[in-house]
Design a protein around this ligand. Structure first.
Ligand SMILES: Cc1ncc(COP(=O)(O)O)c(C=O)c1O
Length: 381
């Protein structure tokens, strides 16, 4: 088997896949939830097989070799020096977002984020008995940005936490140093904690960009940052539930751990095994993946740009395209494309109506089929 053959069809039907089961027995290509249709690197799958062959799958601590691997990985990939004790293992990033909301401030305090954004950012504050404040991201005809003026104007004395998605799902921005510095500056002036969800940090498609961990930008950022990361998007193992927070500030880390206590379970044994193998042996596969995704991205951009009046932006990162459908003047563009055989995510779940999100983490032939169906549906409209 060629490890880098991302064109290889793998039938995911009948595997209880969240993505594929949504449209079971219907001719709809699923391009919604953010997992990819690719097999993980062979070295990762071999490590899982080896661990299973041992036969005993008992309670498991984070392996010291994994902790070492993550520390090295952050140094090598992002020139970010961390200490092993800053890492808090989590069974999911969404868990981390929810725990972060319970860590910052008290009941009734405010949490701010920018929309559109990954839906759990919008639900977590309420579940933590916090008030949600949203500000729209600003489109400057080239790129999406945080609207710093609106952000600052929206803050109240009770705003204790900023939820940041970097790289950004769904708009695909890889924020640059100055943009992050501006956000850190606002959070410092208003004494806010930053929860920086960096789950897409390894999926930078634009060769001119690189991922910069928010916490690594300055001592001020280090003091107020809860960074959330995982191998799950990068190596396509979200079903294994292994992620981690990096929290340099000891007081903040201890409050975070306290908010988890007795509720958040440990990561499962296979999650740890896969994470270590991925970060140790998965980087050649990862390079080939990013190349493949970049070509998918370019294909999506070209195709959508021709499907007037749809508009899109070339994502710098992620395998997600954020498509402006407002020109269609349609009540329900998601239903329209579903009836054309393509299952996309509805922008209103991300806090912004009139947009769709397309997941292009699939083999090219399937992507071409989906784009062809969309084009045809628009022509026949
Ligand atoms: C920004 C972001 N955070 C978190 C997650 C999910 O994290 P997990 O599956 O580890 O809870 C996703 C998945 O799409 C995501 O895009």
């Amino acid at each position: 088997m060629n490890d880098f053959d991302f064109d290889r069809p793998i039938d995911r039907r009948g595997t209880a896949s969240l993505k594929w089961d949504k449209y079971a027995n219907r001719d709809i290509i699923p391009m919604w939830v953010a997992d990819m249709d690719f097999a993980s690197p062979v070295a990762l799958l071999d490590a899982l097989k080896k661990r299973i062959e041992h036969g005993v799958l008992g309670y498991t601590r984070p392996p010291a070799t994994l902790v070492e691997t993550v520390v090295d990985m952050l140094q090598q990939q992002f020139a970010w020096t961390i200490q092993p004790e800053w890492i808090v293992w989590l069974p999911g990033l969404v868990t981390g977002i929810n725990v972060a909301c319970r860590t910052a401030g008290n009941d009734g305090d405010d949490v701010v984020t920018a929309v559109p954004v990954y839906p759990p950012f919008l639900s977590a504050p309420g579940m933590a008995r916090r008030e949600l404040i949203t500000v729209p991201l600003r489109w400057d005809n080239t790129r999406w940005h945080w609207d710093l003026e609106r952000l600052e104007a929206s803050l109240t004395p009770r705003t204790r936490l900023l939820l940041l998605c970097s790289p950004h799902n769904p708009v695909g921005r890889a924020f640059q140093r100055q943009e992050l510095m501006d956000l850190i500056d606002i959070c410092e002036r208003h004494d806010m904690i930053i929860c920086s969800d960096e789950i897409h940090c390894d999926l930078i498609l634009d060769p001119a960009r690189r991922h910069i961990p928010t916490a690594a930008i300055s001592p001020a950022a280090h003091e107020r940052c809860i960074t959330l990361m995982a191998p799950s998007k990068t190596f396509n193992i979200p079903g294994l539930g292994c992620s981690f927070a990096v929290i340099g500030n000891e007081g903040l880390r201890s409050r975070f751990r306290q908010a988890m206590a007795g509720i958040v379970p440990a990561v499962n044994v296979l999650g740890y095994t896969a994470a270590e193998a991925a970060y140790r042996f998965g980087w050649d596969w990862h390079r080939a993946l990013v190349d493949y995704l970049r070509r998918n991205r370019d294909l999506v951009f070209r195709a959508i740009s021709q499907m007037l009046p749809l508009q899109t932006f070339l994502p710098e990162a992620t395998y997600l395209a954020w498509i402006d459908t407002r020109g269609l003047g349609m009540q329900n563009p998601t239903a329209f494309f579903e009836s054309a055989g393509v299952g996309l995510s509805d922008g209103k779940d991300f806090g912004t109506e009139g947009y769709l999100r397309l997941n292009f983490g699939c083999r090219r032939e399937l992507l071409e089929d989906a784009l062809g169906r969309m084009q045809q549906a628009l022509e026949n409209r």
